[in-house]
Design a protein. Sequence first.
Length: 72
Amino acid sequence: MSHKKINHPIVSLATRELEVYQLLAKGMKTSEIAKALSLKANTISTIKKVIFKKLGIISIFELYKLSENANN
């Protein structure tokens, strides 16, 4: 019997990207994440764009759905 390991798309995220992804999935806004991570809002926006591109999504709604699937 062969065991295929199915990787979730979030495995492609770098450490900081994963951190921002998790906070976005919790419903935090860009400004809240920036404050929590002691970064500028523009930096968070840039990281968010990279996350969306890596995950092949175009909306926060898709991120929420992806996050739900990762937890199941």
